[in-house]
Every structure is written in C-alpha cells, then in structure tokens.
Design a protein around this ligand. Structure first.
Ligand SMILES: [Zn+2]
Length: 416
C-alpha cells in the first residue's frame, strides 16, 4: 500500500480501538471515517489483492453476510463487517482491522452498493431482495433497482448471485441492453429463497405492465421479464439443492425458512470462490445468533427470543419464525428506524390472533391503532420487566424494530 494509505489504515485501527476501549460501541464507524479523511482511496487500497463478496438487499443481509463469511472461511481467513456497519466507513474499518486476509465478505447498505462496487472491485455481488423500508428517507424500490442495475452494467465482469423470486432483483441483475452485443452477458447465478412479500413488485420495472404470479412463478404481462430458473433452491424446509441437483441437509441454529434461504444464498456466494457445499455446510451450523438477532435468554422462567423486524417484508418473516406463544411487539421511530410508522398499515397482523400480544416502545400507540384495526387484542406494557411478568412461564417471543430491539437487548445485558 502507498504510505498515505498505510498511515490512514493505522489511524483507523487505533481510533476504532480507542473508541471500543471507551465503551462507545465497536468503533468501526469513527475508525473508518478518520481513515477515509486521511486517504479518500483507502477502501480501494485495502481491497486490492483480496477476493471480495458484497452482500446487499433490504432484508437479511447481516445474517447472510455472517453465513457467507462462515462458508468462505473453508478456504482461509475472511475479513467481514460483522457488526452491521454496512457503509464505506464500516467496510474500511473492517478491512483495516482484519489485516491481510485473502478474502472479505462485506454487508453493504443498498444505497451504497454502487459506490462500494467502484471502490472494492468485488469478485461477486449477492442481491437478496428489495422492498419498502424507512418511508421518510429511503428511495423508492424501483429507483433502487435502477441504481443497482446501472452500477452492475458498468462492471460486467462482476459475478452476480441474485434472487430469482424478486422481480426487482432480477431486473437489476439483467443488463439494460441485453440485446446489445457490445455488453457481455453478465455472470448471474440465480437462487430461489422464496419471498412472502409481494407488494413492491406488482408493476414491471421494465415496461410498467402488471406482474402475474402463480405458485413460485412470476412473469410480466407486457414484456419478456420473467422468473429465471434458479440454480440454487431450498427444499422441504431443511435442505438446499445445488446447481448439480445434489441435496444438502442444512442444520442451522437460526430459526425459520427464511434462514434456510439465507443459507442457500451463502452457499451460492461461497461456490463463486470455489468452496464446495460439502465443505461449507458444516460451517453454517456454527453461526448462532447475529448481533443479538434470534438470541435466546432465560429470565424468571421465561425463554425469551429476540427477532428483529424493520419493515413490512421482515415483519411477515418474523411472524413465520415466531412460535405460537405470547408475543411482545415493540416499535420506536427514532433516527435509525425511520420516523414514519405508517408502514405498520402495510403489515397484516392477523397471524397474531389467538396469541397473547403485548405492546411497548415509543410508538406503542401507533401499534395499538393498527392492531385494533386488525382485530388483534393486546395489552400495553411500559417496561420489559413488566412484559416478562405478564406472561406465564415458557416462551416469550419478542419482535421489535431497530432501536426498540437494541433497547431490549440492552435490558438483557447486550446479549449476542
Ligand atoms: Zn414488463
């Protein structure tokens, strides 16, 4: 590395370590920020010589990144931003801290994907899904897909691992002028991980016609855009089928079919580095919870499990993962959550009928109105301890959005 980059990298590491020592989080944002101030090209310098995978999408990217890093570690040391710092400051910090690893698997905020592709020249980019998120500031889904598509078209050599079940992702992964011979066809590997949420992809991003669905298939009624045949698929809730048709039993410590889908994606990403599923699958079982997500804690005879859900698509997945048990819902609307809670009306809370439902959080009353409209009885509680006391011994499921989740995690002594 050039001298300037070496200095910047060293400052980044030191600042992150000081910040950690001062108990101010994991320090990756401040460390990366300082490093990039000293050398704006630091991320590119730190990326040079490494084979890198970028993982982006609205939901599931933290968990998929963790699983993919575990899978790729079959080959050697892997740098990764495991604490969810998914902007260039976090990537810079993660690579500076890791030293010279041959591989890196980085979670990327969907808004920064184009910029991070430019800086890191990745070997592979995984595109998970696109759905509405943080209504007050996020881009419209179709605009996001357009940005991804333009970024990938500028890098036709990047290998793409993309979700065949999400029309927006399929469109983003297909080059703007597929008929144009000057643009090489992209190297795309399609996976199918299922998709419960369809409300952001009823309109074709290519031509504006309606998208129709039947079973797993979807197609545009106005142009050739349709679901490609996936090479990696999920089979009967615990298996993943690879492109040769071989079936692998995937034992995870993470709940839900959505995580089997994340595992399939991770295996497809690792395969782009030459890792065989046979070698990668056992490593996936070592991943327990991810930054508190899915963590289980026992308190006063209640087994409490934490599920993070930030937007309508992830709430649907959380309802699927949660057991039929008393459930605490917590909603905040602080800066990291987005300030607009009207998305609560995009979620169908009917699956909670028949369960004991408790609500809390800064915006519990927004949740109360929504549940009332959905005919779901609930009880408002003010503290987490009150929630624990309000349910019988046994399981308590907690579903919370970002800062509400962090508050409850803090109550449980920053459980990982
Ligand atoms: Zn169309």
């Amino acid at each position: 590395m050039p001298l300037r980059a070496k200095v910047a990298s060293s400052v980044s590491r030191t600042a992150a370590a000081l910040s950690r020592a001062a108990g101010r989080g994991d320090g990756s944002v401040i460390g990366g920020w300082l490093g990039l101030k000293i050398d704006p090209d630091l991320l590119a310098h730190l990326s040079a010589g490494r084979a890198i995978a970028l993982i982006s999408g609205t939901n599931g990217k933290t968990t998929t990144t963790r699983l993919a890093a575990a899978a790729v570690s079959a080959l050697g040391k892997v740098a990764t931003n495991s604490f969810g710092a998914n902007m260039p400051t976090g990537h810079t910090s993660a690579l500076a801290k890791a030293g010279s690893t041959p591989y890196a698997v980085l979670e990327v905020d969907e808004h920064y994907l184009a910029q991070v592709i430019e800086a890191t020249e990745p070997h592979v980019v995984a595109l998970l899904n696109l759905s509405r998120d943080q209504l007050d500031r996020a881009k419209e889904v179709a605009m996001m897909a357009q940005l991804w598509r333009a970024a990938l078209a500028r890098h036709p050599d990047v290998r793409i691992v993309a979700n065949a079940d999400d029309p927006m992702v399929v469109w983003a992964a297909t080059p703007p002028a597929a008929h144009d011979q000057r643009i090489a066809p992209p190297h795309v590997t399609w996976f199918s991980a299922g998709q419960r949420w369809h409300d952001d992809s009823w309109v074709c991003p290519e031509c504006g016609a309606t998208i129709q669905r039947s079973g797993q298939q979807w197609w545009c009624t106005g142009c050739p855009l349709r679901r490609p045949d996936p090479q990696w698929t999920v089979d009967d809730d615990e298996g993943v089928v690879d492109p040769t048709g071989a079936w692998y039993k995937v034992k995870l410590q993470l709940p839900g079919k959505v995580n089997i889908g994340n595992a399939a994606t991770a295996l497809a990403v690792a395969a782009e580095f030459g890792v065989r599923p046979f070698d990668a699958v056992p490593r996936l079982a070592d991943v327990t919870s991810v930054a508190g997500r899915y963590a289980q804690v026992v308190r006063d005879g209640r087994t409490i499990r934490l599920l993070l859900a930030k937007n309508p698509a992830s709430w649907l997945e959380a309802f699927d993962m949660a057991d039929e048990a008393p459930t605490l819902l917590s909603i905040n609307a602080r800066d990291p959550d987005g300030l607009d809670t009207s998305w609560l009306f995009d979620v169908d809370f009917a699956p909670l009928r028949g369960r004991q439902v408790l609500i809390t959080g800064d915006r519990a009353y927004d949740l109360a109105v929504r549940l009332d409209v959905n005919d779901v009885p609930f009880q408002h509680i003010r503290t987490f301890d009150e929630a624990v006391r309000a349910v019988p011994p046994g399981r308590l499921e907690v579903i919370a959005n970002y800062t509400a989740f962090q508050d409850i995690r803090a109550e449980l002594d920053r459980v990982n």
